[in-house]
Ligand binder design. Structure first.
Ligand SMILES: Cc1ncc(COP(=O)(O)O)c(C=O)c1O
Length: 370
């Protein structure tokens, strides 16, 4: 088993804490325990014994998560260390060498690289810029074959920030169901919609071979908790729990308690609204900056998430451009190359407002000089 380099994560691991301004993040800048929670709750955390807790996630946490999805029960839920682990466990549980996976691109590429590392054959279908970063469903249909075991999508999408409308979610569900294949959906940006309307979850298609993975890192702005989850049939959840025994056993005890609180129906919208406010405020500011270069950038504003994916026409490779910006201005951006799409950049506009302003001011002369 040999894994190809995960370019996006590798570059972030190497540089995100070395630059003055990190605009490579796809979520909103997180708060601290003190700024986000009241003293009673902080005291509860301080008094928690640091046991393993529940390896599948505590009953309170699984109930809070189930309450997000109509008709779901705690038995449909398994908690993981980030949606990254939820994705990894889904692939390890269901796919093996020689199976075929059909994968939406552009995409975060964790599932892509991990599955390929296991010897899975990965074919891709596109979100088209000419369709406002939506798929052509005939293209998807034409790819499904007898060998296909799973279709995997990311909705809302990283890096484009596009959202599949309900009819497309249902249509993809129908394609998978009529072929009897699994659907693995990464919904980690669900809840971070700029129009404040939570998009349709693939859970709503009601097909038992569906796995919805999500987490607190993006829409809830709490990546440091490393808290994710899978939602699926009871049977699949039992199987993925058994795989989880081999990966990290359990989520962190404190993360479990904080997540159960944040996701509780009484509290959840408060967190989502904080993130949506920050996104709305910063996107307008970022749009003004891009407009200064409107002859060079193509930009379809995101519908969700703190990512702005821009094409450009300057004659410079995207990795070279990101390195130039990093070395000359100490600002980190994401290269389209890391998504297999040269001549694109991803700007994380969810940074603290003062940092976003300072970073864009610093990089402006570089872009003017191109
Ligand atoms: C689409 C997508 N899935 C999963 C992850 C990993 O998230 P987590 O922090 O929940 O593991 C990311 C991180 O950027 C992502 O963009």
């Amino acid at each position: 088993m040999k894994f190809e380099t995960f370019q996006l994560e590798r570059n972030q691991s190497l540089w995100e804490n070395k630059v003055d301004y990190n605009l490579s993040e796809s979520g909103v800048h997180p708060g601290s325990l003190k700024t986000l929670f009241d003293t009673d709750f902080i005291e509860k955390i301080e008094n928690t014994e640091l046991t393993y807790g529940f390896t599948e996630g505590s009953p309170e946490l699984r109930q809070s998560i189930a309450s997000i999805y109509p008709g779901a029960t705690p038995e449909n839920v398994q908690a993981f260390n980030g949606s990254a682990e939820a994705n990894m466990v889904a692939i390890m549980t269901l796919l093996e060498k020689g199976d075929e996976l059909i994968y939406m691109v552009p995409n975060y590429l964790q599932i892509y690289g991990f599955a390929r590392g296991l010897g899975v054959e990965v074919n891709t279908f596109q979100l088209h810029e000419s369709l406002n970063w939506q798929p052509d469903l005939d293209e998807l249909k034409s790819l499904v074959s007898k060998k296909t075991k799973m279709i995997s999508v990311c909705n809302p999408n990283n890096p484009t920030g596009s959202v599949l409308p309900k009819e497309t979610v249902l249509a993809i569900g129908e394609i998978a169901q009529s072929a009897g294949v699994w659907i693995l959906v990464d919904e980690v940006y669900r809840g971070a919609e700029l129009n404040r309307e939570e998009c349709t979850s693939f859970w709503e298609i009601g097909y038992d071979k569906t796995i919805v993975n999500c987490g607190l890192s993006k829409a809830y702005g709490l990546p440091g908790l490393r808290l994710g989850w899978s939602l699926s049939s009871e049977d699949h959840i039992q199987q993925s729990w058994a795989t989880h025994d081999y990966t990290s056993i359990a989520i962190g005890r404190m993360s479990d308690i904080i997540a159960a609180y944040v996701l509780h129906p009484d509290n959840r919208m408060k967190t989502l609204n904080r993130i949506r406010d920050a996104l709305a405020e910063n996107l307008g500011f970022f749009q003004e900056w891009v407009d200064n270069f409107r002859d060079h950038f193509s930009f379809i504003p995101p519908e969700a998430g703190a990512m702005a994916f821009t094409g450009y026409d300057w004659n410079i490779n995207s990795t070279a451009l990101v390195e130039k910006v990093r070395d000359e201005a100490s600002v980190m951006l994401v290269a389209g190359d890391w998504y297999g799409m040269d001549r694109y950049l991803r700007f994380g506009y969810g940074a603290k407002r003062t940092d976003l302003e300072a970073a864009l001011e610093r990089i402006t002369p570089i872009f003017k000089s191109l």
